[in-house]
Design a protein around this ligand. Structure first.
Ligand code: SRM
Ligand code: SF4
Length: 557
């Protein structure tokens, strides 16, 4: 049994802890900064505090050096991330958000993220209130989509929309709401709601919120399209005759590492036990509260839930859940995961209701020479008046289409070439945003993915493996936003043009990829991939996936 003192981390609290403590429930002096015209950015603690409200201060890194040479401040603009549990967006909301991005942002696009929501980049400080008011008029907000809170809650995006799926989706919404910050700061600052006097309270998160970001996902087996192992808290839906009876609880997934720092590691979520459906909010709240109290507040690199569990021990963590919640976790119920990724094109559901899943390159809703995607989606949203579902693979599902509307939508799909057939490797690929907006990027990701895919397609063609299903992902730095460590071939940026090459994740996202080569150029990466695919084409067992093959051969441990 661990001693009590092992559960508490000694040392100096991080500066982020001071910022939260002194912020007056996330207010800081953000209001003052909004009228400060000397800078286009936020000052001091506010730079960090706006994240709790769903915004990041960024600048265009392509022109940063030039601006510095011209003695100008970096071209500051904000990125806003919307809160959208389960990824549902009505066509009306979609149209208004696109219209906002066209009128008020630098890039005039929105970017679907791999956590089932969208980001709007390039909003000037002076226009921030406008976007929050616009979102609020659509019953949307961005609170809690960044920093040390529970982030956007994911839910399997099943285009067929069974009753079970609806029920599970409703739990994603309830969990999201239950774990949100309760401070009135968001309404006061961004929506000009009058200050409500009296004490703010954060009964679940506490006055200093969580030690670090926290991610929650719900999946409906056998699909793992939300990549459950990137999440701190996973609920696996268990049903009997299509009626939800409860969830298996898995904890401690996460992918971020720091190059060369052995005290950081990626991990799949571990199984803790089963609980019944009416216990869902108590369990969610309890896990969050333990992480709030036991998480490391002296070192942010070791603050996520997986490190807390490793430090205090699995058994003690489980016992604490049971003591605090008063619920005894039962044995894990059987579940089986067999797939990941989206099902593109038309699918017919119950009662002749259709859905159409569109592949969105890098999640960018924009028009360019190759494709007028944004124009096409605006047209679809106008004729369709229904619900879009953003998938955790940065794609979009147009769901709930009746036979009459199907024809109209098909016409738009044809006119704008939305159904171009693409290789499996392309449709499975993913990259994080990276340059030019991400301040942490060490190498390109989104902007180089298309060329990498062309090169890998050529290699696959050469070895007669073009039709095979491989997952290939790029992240611009070891934070791993592109979930490279859950892919069969993954790149993680080291510096411009150079990456670590990881292989051996599996096709369903339940095994972490391992390092194969360090700090190599594109030429070397493609040579390595060429040799590996050549070997796979010769020595693979029947239907053996690439990731499983490299593990069987012991190419990585
Ligand atoms: Fe991420 C930070 C983009 C999913 C791990 N991530 C960032 C920031 C906000 C950079 C920053 O802190 O200033 C990036 C903004 C770039 C930009 O210009 O838009 C960023 N992350 C993204 C998105 C947009 C990638 C995408 O292409 O879709 C995803 C937004 C998700 C969302 O809607 O909430 C995104 N980030 C992820 C994932 C994947 C996932 O959650 O499924 C991970 C790995 C899983 C995990 O958390 O272990 C991830 N992002 C990080 C980390 C490392 C956290 C850690 O545990 O140490 C950071 C850095 C940090 O938090 O300090 C980070
Ligand atoms: Fe930025 Fe790194 Fe995340 Fe890519 S992986 S978006 S470069 S923080």
């Amino acid at each position: 049994m661990k001693k009590k003192k092992d559960l508490i981390v000694c040392g100096n609290l991080t500066n982020e802890e001071r910022i939260k403590r002194e912020s007056n429930f996330l207010r800081g002096t953000i209001k003052k900064d909004l009228i400060n015209q000397i800078t286009n950015g936020f000052t001091g603690d506010n730079y960090s505090l706006i994240r709790f409200h769903g915004m990041y201060q960024q600048d265009d890194r392509d022109i940063r050096k030039l601006r510095i040479a011209q003695k100008l401040e970096p071209k500051h603009a904000m990125m806003l991330r919307c809160r959208l549990p389960g990824g549902l967006l009505t066509s009306e909301q979609f149209l208004k958000i696109i219209a906002f991005s066209e009128k008020y942002t630098i890039y005039k696009t929105i970017r679907l993220t791999n956590r089932q929501t969208f980001q709007i980049h390039g909003i000037y400080k002076k226009d921030l209130k406008k976007i929050h008011k616009m979102l609020s008029s659509l019953s949307l907000d961005s609170i809690g989509t960044a920093n040390d809170v529970n982030r956007n809650v994911l839910c399997t995006s099943n285009p067929m929309r069974s009753e079970l799926h609806n029920e599970v989706y409703n739990w994603a919404v309830k969990i999201s709401k239950h774990l949100l910050p309760k401070t009135k700061a968001y309404a006061e600052i961004w929506l000009d709601k009058k200050k409500i006097y009296g004490l703010d309270e954060e009964p679940i998160l506490g006055k200093t919120y969580l030690p670090r970001k926290f991610k929650t996902a719900i999946i409906i087996p056998p699909e793992n399209d939300v990549d459950m192992n990137a999440n701190d808290m996973v609920f696996i839906a268990i049903h009997k005759n299509n009626k939800l009876i409860g969830f298996n609880l898995l904890l401690g997934g996460g992918l971020s590492i720091e190059h060369g720092n052995k005290l950081t590691w990626p991990a799949c979520a571990q199984e803790f036990g089963f609980f019944s459906v009416e216990q869902t909010l108590i369990i969610a709240e309890t896990v969050i509260a333990i992480q709030r109290d036991w998480g490391n507040r002296t070192n942010r690199k070791n603050a996520k839930l997986r490190y807390t569990i490793a430090r205090v021990g699995y058994k003690i963590f489980k016992k604490e859940i049971e003591i605090r919640s008063g619920i005894v976790l039962k044995n894990i119920k059987n579940y089986n995961i067999t797939s990941r990724g989206d099902r593109f094109g038309w699918l017919r559901g119950l009662d002749n209701i259709w859905s159409y899943t569109i592949f969105i390159k890098n999640g960018r809703i924009c028009d360019n020479e190759a494709q007028q995607l944004k124009t096409a989606l605006i047209k679809i949203a106008n004729v369709y008046n229904g619900i879009f579902r953003i998938t955790a693979n940065q794609n979009l599902i147009i769901s709930n289409i009746d036979s009459q509307k199907k024809k109209k939508i098909q016409n738009i799909i044809d006119k704008y070439n939305l159904c171009n057939s693409i290789s499996k490797i392309r449709s499975n690929s993913m990259a994080c945003v990276s340059l030019p907006t991400c301040p942490l990027a060490m190498a390109e990701a989104e902007r180089v993915l298309p060329d990498y895919i062309i090169n890998i397609e050529e290699i696959l063609l050469k070895y007669n493996m073009f039709k095979e299903n491989i997952s290939f992902r790029i992240s611009g730095c070891p934070n791993g936003c592109g979930r490279s460590l859950l892919s069969e071939i993954g790149l993680i940026g080291r510096s411009l043009g150079r990456y670590n090459l990881y292989i051996g994740g599996n096709n369903i996202g339940t095994r972490i990829a391992k390092i194969y080569c360090e700090n190599i150029s594109k030429e070397k990466i493609l040579n390595k991939i060429d040799s590996l695919i050549a070997l796979w084409s010769k020595k693979r067992q029947k239907n053996e996936f690439f990731g499983d093959f490299v593990i069987r051969l012991g190419l990585v441990k």
